[in-house]
Structures are given as C-alpha cells and as structure tokens.
Design a binder for this molecule. Structure first.
Ligand code: GDP
Ligand code: MG
Length: 439
C-alpha cells in the first residue's frame, strides 16, 4: 500500500493546481493501492468519490504544494473513515467493569485478555480474567499461564461447567475481591455458526458487560469488516480489537471496519508480547498508510524516553572517551522503552523490510547483554577498564549472570570497540566542521 501511494504522490509533483484532470491518475493509483490492501470495494468507491469531490472543489492555498493539499484531503478522509478520534475503553459507573471478548478461533482472544489486563494494570486498575472457553482444556491452561505472567488472577472451573455459569460465578468472586475490571475469555469457532452465537448471547446476558469487543485478525482483510457487522447484528458489540498488525497483514481491515459496521476499533495488537497492545489512533494509522511512516509517534516516543539533555550529555561522554556501561545501558534501555524494535523500524519511512526474525535476534542480544551489565558493580559500570584488567571480576560477573567468562569478555571488548568507533566517527565529523587551515 505504502509504495503505491508514494508513486501516486510523485506523479502529482510539478503541478500547481488540483483539477479533475491532474488528480485523475493519482486517484486511480490510490484506488488500486487500497484494493490491493484488501479494502472492500464499496468502501474504496465511496472513499475515492468523496476525496475527488473535496480535492477538486478547493483552491490550492498559496505556499502549499498541490500534492500537500491532496495529501491533506486524503489524510483527513482516511482519518474520518477510521472513526476520527481515539475510541476509549468505557468503564462502568460503578465497578466492576466487565469486558466480554468474542471472535473466531485463533484470532488472539486469549492473548488479548492478558494484554488488556497488563494494559489496565499499568493504569492502576485491578483485573481478573475468567476462562469461559470450555472446549479445550489447553485454552484454560493458556489463560492461566498468561494470567500468571502479567500477575492477574484467573477464574476457571474446568471444562464441565457451562460458560455462562462460569462467567457468573467468576464475577461474584471478582466482586468479593473488589476487582475493577473483569475480562471474560470465550470460545471461538473456525467459522461463524449458530452454536457460538447462542453461547455468546447467553454469556452476555449472564454478565451484563460494559464492553463487548470483537477480536479480529488483520490478516482477514476485507472479511474483517463483514465479521464485525455479523457479530454486531447477532450479539451486539461495542467495538473491535484488530490483532496481528505486525505480520504481513495489510491495512485494509482497519480502513473498512468502522465504515462497514459502524463500530470503532479500540485497540490494535502488534505482536505476541504482553506489551504489544495499544489504543488505535486513526490519525497515525492514516499517516502510516500514506507512506510517511508513523513519524509522529516515533518522534514523541523518542522524546519521552531520551530527553535532549541526556542525549547531549551522552555525546559529550563519547567525545571525552568516557563512554561506559551506564551509557551503554541507557542507550539500550531507551531503545527497549520505545517499544519493540519491530514497531520502531516500521515507523521509519523506507524501513519496512527488516524481518521479524532479525528483530527478535536483535532484541535477544540486547537482553543478553543487559543481564551481564545488571550484575556489575557501580564502579565496574563506570570504569569498564576494571573488568578489562581483572579476570576475577569477569568470572564473578559471568557467574552472577549465568553466562560464561568468554561471553563477558566479549561484552567488554564490544564496549571498547564501540568507544573506539564513536571516537573515530566524532573525529571525522569534527574534521569536516573545521576548515583545514594548517594544511
Ligand atoms: P484465540 O484462539 O482467539 O484465543 O487466539 P490466541 O490468543 O490463542 O492466539 C492465537 C495465536 O496468535 C497465538 O500463537 C498468539 O501468540 C498469536 N497472536 C495473538 N495476537 C497476536 C499479534 O498481535 N501478533 C502476532 N504476531 N501474533 C499474535
Ligand atoms: Mg482462546
């Protein structure tokens, strides 16, 4: 999608006014790109129509390039199509808030249960998960394990009881513990069928949920929108969660859901880890689709993590050859805090081609190095020379971090290599800045 739209913009360059004629070709490209991204045909049609109408109707503002003008119109339309604003989770006026999750099999419901609990816990809410998928014992185990991982209790009764009864009992238990939010995991089927719908209806009646969220897999493309509609008609939902946006999935699902079903996307899943769930931002998604990358959120996140002064201080350190393990850690932690590597790389325009395997590798390396630095003493972090000079210290670090001596030596060597490289780089940059007077 990104490449298609980029070429459409390129075609517009060099013109100074938007007319029906000169936007016709970029519009055809946009249409094709959207269809390729699996946006449903009726949605594409009405989108192209309204964008064309708006673009042709306006004068090109002085000082604004025609393609910028068209970008703005297309961007605004995309944002509107996806619901305009962020659609926040609704909490019950009197606790507990009950969130019921529904969806087909394998879309990520059980994972979302735990991710959502993790997200809400960070907001300071207490949560409980209820295992109402009784068809496979493995489903209950999976939820129990994930619950443990995020530190949230899981209520279950095995596979004998009825889902609606389990849910009811679970809520009683949660109320007695004064839980803020209860998330109910349900069973999915491979396809929409009567049995699933009537079971969901029954569970819904039993728990009286504040939110009924349909979990959909982004890979389903235009199917996603009609699924959301079907579930909405059958059981009544309050929104959707779009998962697996990290894979090869195309953005089409995000574009059609609100338009076709009238229900907003509330969250998106971008990976298998617990922190890989975030609110759905229509404006950022639009920018991403437009091929600018998610520059805005990248810059914001980067700023949050590493303030300007920190960066300057780090630069000074590098110049004065004092780059140590604390700086090393600060850098790697800054990167880790910015979210997963994959997300960041996806946000940088023109950098979508890194494979998930490569990303996992890089993350593993970072964790590996961090575990060794974590057991170093403050002096060792401050003065890596201590480790370079003392085998005893290296052996201690290895032992305490569960690594071997060679791995510690390699880490120390790497730090010195980085230091040398940085000095070389800084030297070269300074050489460029200063005119060569002596020569
Ligand atoms: P359920 O059948 O709907 O409960 O689906 P699960 O929660 O068991 O998830 C099915 C598989 O999809 C698991 O292997 C999850 O780790 C994986 N999964 C869930 N969400 C995401 C996501 O956002 N990205 C990726 N890459 N995988 C996901
Ligand atoms: Mg499940």
């Amino acid at each position: 999608l990104t490449t298609g739209l980029e070429s459409a913009w390129n075609k517009l360059r060099g013109t100074d006014q938007l007319t029906k004629d000169n936007i016709a070709e970029p519009m055809r490209d946009i249409r094709r790109a959207l269809l390729e991204a699996d946006v449903s045909l009726p949605v594409v049609r009405s989108f192209i129509e309204s964008v064309t109408e708006k673009a042709v109707g306006t004068d090109v503002i002085r000082g604004v390039k025609p393609e910028q003008q068209l970008v703005k119109v297309v961007n605004d339309e995309l944002v509107q199509l996806m619901g305009g604003e962020v659609s926040d989770l609704v909490f019950a006026k009197t606790a507990p808030t009950v969130i019921l999750l529904a969806g087909l099999q394998g879309v990520g419901k059980t994972t979302v249960c735990a991710k959502l609990a993790y997200y809400l816990k960070k907001m300071g809410k207490s949560c409980m998960l209820i295992a109402a998928d009784v068809y496979r014992p493995a489903a209950i185990d999976q939820l129990t394990i994930l619950g443990k991982q995020v530190g949230v209790p899981v209520y279950s009764e095995g596979t004998e009881a009825k889902p609606s009864q389990i849910a009811k009992n679970g809520i009683k238990e949660a109320k007695s513990k004064k839980t803020d939010v209860i998330i109910v995991d349900t069973a999915g089927r491979l396809q929409v069928d009567k049995a699933m719908m009537s079971e969901l209806k029954e569970v819904k009646r039993a728990v009286n949920p504040t939110e009924v969220l349909l979990v959909v897999d982004a890979m389903t493309g235009q199917e996603a929108a009609s699924l959301v509609s079907t579930f909405n008609v059958e059981i009544g939902i309050t929104g959707a969660i779009l998962t697996k946006l990290d894979g090869d999935s195309r953005g089409g699902a995000a574009l059609s859901i609100k338009e076709v079903s009238g229900k907003p996307i509330k969250f998106v899943g971008r990976g298998e880890r617990m922190e890989d769930l975030e609110p759905f931002y229509p404006d950022r998604m639009a920018q991403r689709i437009l091929g600018m990358g998610d520059v805005l959120s990248f810059v914001e996140k980067a700023q949050e993590v590493m303030r300007q002064e920190d960066a300057e201080e780090l630069q000074k350190k590098i110049l004065s050859a004092k780059f140590n393990f604390n700086d090393f850690l600060k850098q790697t932690q800054a990167i880790a805090q910015m979210g997963s590597f994959s997300r960041i790389i996806g946000m940088i325009p023109g950098m979508n081609k890194v494979t998930p395997a490569q990303i996992r590798e890089a993350e593993k390396n970072l964790k590996f190095m961090e575990s060794m630095i974590n057991v170093m003493t403050p002096e060792e972090r401050e003065r890596p020379e201590l480790l370079a000079e003392s085998r005893e210290r290296r052996i201690r670090v290895a032992k305490e971090s569960g690594k071997n001596e060679r791995q510690v030596s390699q880490l120390v060597a790497q730090l010195f290599r980085m230091r040398a490289q940085m000095q070389k780089m800084m030297g070269a940059m300074q050489g460029q800045d200063t005119p060569d007077m002596e020569g």
